[in-house]
Every structure is written in C-alpha cells, then in structure tokens.
Design a protein around this ligand. Sequence first.
Ligand code: SER
Length: 910
Amino acid sequence: MTEAWTSEKIRQTFLDYFEARDHTVVPSASLVPQDDPTLLFTNAGMNQFKDVFLGTGTRPYTRATDTQKVMRVAGKHNDLEDVGRDGTHHTLFEMLGNWSFGDYYKKEAIAWAWDLLTRVYGLASDRLWATFFKDDEGDLGIDEEAVHHWRATTIDPRHILPFGRKDNFWEMGDTGPCGPSSEIFYDRGPAACDRQTIADHVCRVNGDCERFTEVWNLVFIQYNRHASGDLEPLPAQHIDTGLGFERLVALLQDQTSNYRTDLFWPIIERVQVLVGQTDAQREASLVPYRVIADHIRAVTFLIGDGVLPANDGRGYVLRMILRRAVRFGRTLGFTQPFMSELADIVVQKMGQVFPELPARIDFIKATILGEEKRFLRTLDQGLGRLEEIIDEVKTEGATEIPGDQAFFLHDTLGLPFEVTRDIVLEHGLTIDEAGYQAEREAQRARGRAAGAFELEADVHAQLYPQLQAWIQSQTPKWELAYDPYGALEVGTRVVALLCDDQIATIAQEGDTLELVLADTCFYVESGGQVSDTGRITGPDWEMTVTEMRRPIEGLIIHVGHVIRGTPRVGDAVTAQVDEVRRRDIMRNHTATHLLHRALREVLGSHVQQAGSVVAPDRLRFDFNHNAPMTAAQRARIEQIVTEVVLADELVTSRQESYREALSQGVIALFEEKYGETVRVLRVGEPAHPLSEELCGGTHVARTSEIGAFLILDEEGIGAGVRRIEAATGRGALDAVQTLRERQEQTAALLSTPLEELPQRAARLLEELKTAQREIDQLTRKLARADFQSLLNDVIEIDEVPVLTAQVDVPDADTLREMADWFRDKMQGGVIVLGTVVDGKPLLIAATTNQMVERHNLHAGNLIRQLAEIVGGGGGGRPDMAQAGGRNAAKLPTALGAVPDLVREMLSTKH
Ligand code: SER
C-alpha cells in the first residue's frame, strides 16, 4: 500500500475506471430523497435510479457511476448503534457505485470489480473473499452464474462462499427493487479481530468481528418487492453495486479503522487541540472522538441538503445526531459550543466533490451553533435528572429505565432518547424503549387533537399552542392573570420560558427570552396603544422587557434579554412596568379620546376614527374628513381639549354588555371586534359625560394629568382621510421647547428681538432682491470689460485683424453672442473663440461677407480644419460657423493654429 492513495485519488480512480468503460459519471443525489415517501434518507446509491429499475423511468444512458452520500440511521438499514463503537460504521458515508440498466450483467460486474480491486488498487488477491446467493428460505435457487464468473477470475476458489437471504439478498426497503447479491470481503488478518477474548468466537466472512470487512456489494437487481411481500420479476435485469468508500480508503491507507484515514483524522486532531488532550488521553477515550468525527460529517451534510433541527422526521435525526455528539463532547470536557467550528474541516475536505457544502457553509455553521446553544441550555439539567433516575433504578435493584422517564427527558429537557440510551448503556442498564415510544405516540395524538398538527409548517403556529398546553399540564395548576389597569408593579412567578423557539426550564445571561408570568401588569399592544416595557427581577437575576406579545388568546409573553443571572421556571419575581413611559402613554390615550370629541365638535359629527397609535412621545389619530383644517380650526380644537384638561375631569371605566353600551350612544369602532362584555371608558361625571368610548386601553385618572395638549401636524393621507399628530405632557413641552429653540437661534442669527422676527425677515428678503439685481448689472458690466481687454490681443495678418481667445461661457449661444459683439467692435476681420462646456470643446469662427468675398476667408472652411484638431466636426455659414469636439485638452492647439490657417487662406486668394 502506498502513501499516494489519498482519499481524493481513490474516489477519482473509481470514477475514471468506470467512465473509461462507457459509464456516465453522475452527481450524488441529495440525502433527502426526491419523490420517495418510503425513505427517510437516501440509503443507497441506487435510490436515484429506482424508477429505471422498476421500468417507470429512463435515463439517456444505460451505464452510470458516481459517489453517493448516504445515511443509514433509520428503517431497514440502521447502523446508528455501531457508530463510534467500531471503526467501520458511519451515520453518513460515501458509496461508490456502478450501474447497468438492462445493459451488462454479472460477468462484467464481477470481472471489473475484481480487476479494479486487485490490479488498479493493488489489494492482495489472497486476502479477498467473495460470496454468492444460495436461497435458504425459498425457491430462488443458487446463483450458479455468479459462481461461474467468480471462478473465471484469479480468486482462490476456496474463497467463494454461499450465503442465504439474510446476507446475500439485497433490498432497498420494505418494498422496491431487489435481488441476489455477491459481496466482496477483505481479510485484515487475525490481529484485526476485536472479539478475540470472547469464547467460541471464530473469525469468518459475515461474522461479527472486524477481521473480515465487507468492501463491495454487487447486486443483481431482478425483482420488485411489493407491500404484500411478493417478489415480482422485473422486465429487465440490472447491476447495482456499492463500494464502501471509507472502508476502501482505510484499506489502501493501511489503517485498521476508517477514523485513522485522511477523511476523519483531521477532525479528530482538531477536537484534540480544542479539548487540549494528549495523544495518550485521546487513545484512551476514542469513542467520543469517533462519534464526534462521524456525526459532524452527517450534521454538515444534512443541513447542506436543507434539513433543519426539529422534533420529528429528518429534523429529529439531525437534532439527535448533533446532540449525541455534543453529549459525547461533554465527556471529553467541552462545555461550550464546538461543533460548528468542526464543520469547516468537513467542508474543506469534501467541498470539491460536494459543492453544496461550500455554497452553504455560513448557514450550516449558524444552524449548528444555534442548535448547540439550545441544547447546552438544558443539557446539565437533563444529565442531572438522568443521574437521579439511574440512582433510583439502581437503589430499587432494577435494571431498566422506565419509558415515561426517558420521554420526560426527551420532551421537557431536550435529551434525545438515543442520548439517554448511550448513558444508560454506559451504566450497564437498559431502557424501556417500547414504553418510551408509547409516550411519544400519545403525545403526538394529543398534538393532533389540539389541532396543532395541520399547522406543522409554521413553527410559531405550533409552538404557542404547545406552550399553552405545556403550561396547562403543570401541577400545581397556574391561573394566569392579566391586569394592566392597576398597579404598575406585581410580585408573581415564572410559569414558562421559551428560548430560540423552544420550551426551556432555564435560561442564561445574554439570552433573548420569551417569558410567561402567572400575573402581569404589562399592557400588550392593542387598540393602537403600544406595549409596555420594563423589567423583571428574580431572586438572583434580571431581564429587560422590550416587547410584549399575545400570540394566542390567554397567553401573554414578555420578550427581552437576560442581563444578569439564570432565570428558571418557578422563580418568584417582581415585574415592573417602566412607569414614566407608561404614564406618558396614558396621557396620550386619554387625550386621543378628547381629540376625537373635539374634532366632532369643530369639524362635524361625521368625524369617525379610522386608526390610531398611542405611543409615549406622541399620539396619531386618523379620521375621515374632506378638507385640510384651517389654522383657526386647529387652534379651536387645542382650546377645547385644553379646557377639559383644566377642568380636571374624572376618567372612569366600567364593564357593560355590548348591547347596552351601544344603546347609550357609546362610540364603538367599526373595525374592532368586541366580546359580549365591553369596557366603557368615560371622561366626565356620570350625569353628563364628555366622552364615552369602548376601550381596552390604559388612561389617566383625571384629565389634569394630561398637562398640555398640542397639535404638531395635520395632513391628508388618502381620499377623505386626514391624520393628526399631537403631543401631551412632556411630549408637548418637548415640542414647544424645540420650536422656541429654533426661533431663538434664528433671531440670534438675524440679530433681532424675537417679537420683531417676521418684520426683520420680510425686510431682509427685500434687501436680498435689490442686492441680486445689482449683482446682475455688475456681472454684465464686468463681462464687457473682459471682452474689451481681449481686443488688445487682436493681431493683424496681411492687414486683416484676427482675434483668437479661449473664454469662459456657459453655452454655445453666449459664445455666438460674444463673437457677434467682437465682429461689431473690430469692424470686420476674423474672430475665433473657444470654450469648454460640460468637458467638451466648442469653437466658433466669425468673419464678414466682405472678408469672404475679398479674402476668401470662409468661416466654415476655417472651422472644419479646427474641428479636426479637437477631434470633432463642424460647419455653418460662410460668415459664422461652429464646431464641437471630444478633446478639450486640444483647444489651445486649435486656437494656436488659427494665425497660420488664416495666413494660408489669404495667400491662396484668387
Ligand atoms: N444497493 C446496494 C447497497 O447499497 C449496492 O449498491 O449495498
């Protein structure tokens, strides 16, 4: 065996070998089977060709080869329990395969497998063994054909052995394509046996030790297994082979364990560095290393194929595998997340062959990290509880952990059954798996009964009913109370916690938390009034409350961050609303009712509320009305509200039947839904109320608490709908102070007393206008003076006055005007002016008809030659022509060329 057999080379050699034999190299299918409800995960290379075998689908080729990612952790093929405990089983592995769809058959399949293993890969032929099918349960007979083709190779004839249905009849699942198989084994020699100490153990092919390793399975697909159990012969015969890639790599790299190959070892080394163990320590605790190295590959690939941690289906397998690895990590000493970092190594190693991994690396890592954090939150509790259960069972002299206890650990503390089983086995005990499954099934049925099942797609739609059901299942029973109308502080208890959308019993500092209290005085957004904020203080912890939610009726959630300590379910707490903020909100809410009343009084009784927002700093009130408010109306409304404020009216509420309230003319809003009993909010004495509205919000006790009321803005927001923004109390003060500050700044800038500001501003505007007029006149005067001075630059060529100049003007029109002006002043002659407009050169040439006739000084001819110099074109009348170009830098050259050109034109006169 040579060093040169890297895993990359081994894989490529396989694909090349079959490609050279007319096989089409196809990509690996996803781990999530497409359109096959019979499979949880892709469990064999042939899955993606199932339809071809059954004759229901075709491909544009009859021979194919690939490397397929597969998982065998559920159903007919489940290797999970062996993973980590030996060196040859994995949750996720690669299966190299070659296929014939009704094309070649046993002869080629056997001959090529033998040739590739012995000649190309160089495995010693005397170490190889082959099996064939000999029916031991029915009438399928002996696969003589396979024996015949094996004898045609150089294999030792004593190494060809028959086996029955259990070992040599391959089936994809309970149904689907199947057939007899022929397996190839490699004998690693007696030293590889891991069961030497067991009495009566004999190393043999299809035995239970590691000496004979199954390497390659050649399946001769001939039947379709029906759900009834019947085997139906297929219309054509096919080849389906699967070569265990990791095992082949171990053989070619001369390793006894797959974990010591270049596929896994880099992960193991990284784990060792992260936990800081010596080589000797590592060798003493290989199982956790192996489990982690295996599981991180599976986790990375699963998320790469779109599977997310969940409580059932594929998501459960992912969650379970990840948590199993984290638990094994804990035995090595990891207390912090470590798995997401290992994903990098997997992706580096496998990214070339499986491009979906590098493409999704960030998502993969974030998902792993999130799930690790979630698990770490409950892991200690789960492990602690399990230790207690184990102690109790041992004390009782029993050996089995009850199923309902395992279910409790799984369901409440997030400890997957498989993790509990690992630990229980480590204690030499067993677990009542049937009891656990029964509990799980019962819970599923409860979920379905609660109607949560249909909404599976929406995590939250499921989560909150689940949380509510969980709360209701607790003893003693909680009575949840919501009273935002009384005191702003309440002593109560934590009933439930949610972290990252999971029911938890404990949270950590820094966590974002959703928390349910037995009693709360925090208002939850409703009827336009925003939610309260505040804080909750436990025995040794504190959290902020930044948001409130009522996801379903009867469940009120406080959302915030843990700023100190460790909140737990059951803790006694003090919940405190931010009082200053809440009082501002109450002022604004009562003022909203007063505004509503004043609008109806001033604009008319047609005014109806169309929406509102009651926040601490302002209130917003939308209502139907067709015209903007005049300044006088606005002032009147402020005045009416202020009078009620000053009258210090009483604000009270009462519960009443909806019907009764309406019959008394209480204002109700169209879009609101009201229950049988409603809360009526009244301002004023019962005998002559000023305002009565149905309202669930919180209000001041007397109107004088509002302090001040000020409209800040009024605008139209749609056909017939207007919006008012207003402020009360501190908000109004803020608004007035800001206004005054601006006025004072303006007055200071204009050096004027505040009360004279308008006159001063008007006077300044007048002065500005006069000044602008003067500037215009002066500018024109200056320009003329400039032109005048240019006249000094006029030169004479053969007695013809010539002026060339580069000037600064904004456009071609001004340039033309200038040329005209010079032509007048110079009484004939030649004028060429150039300028740059928007980065482009512009030239104009002017002369007179007399010059044209007498001296042949044609402006058009002249300009065309100049245009060439600036990289453009031009033309015009004989006495005035214009050119544009691209190269502004050449403008001086063009102007400099004018005297010579004029001289030349003059010399060629007739
Ligand atoms: N389908 C067979 C197996 O998975 C051969 O590819 O073992």
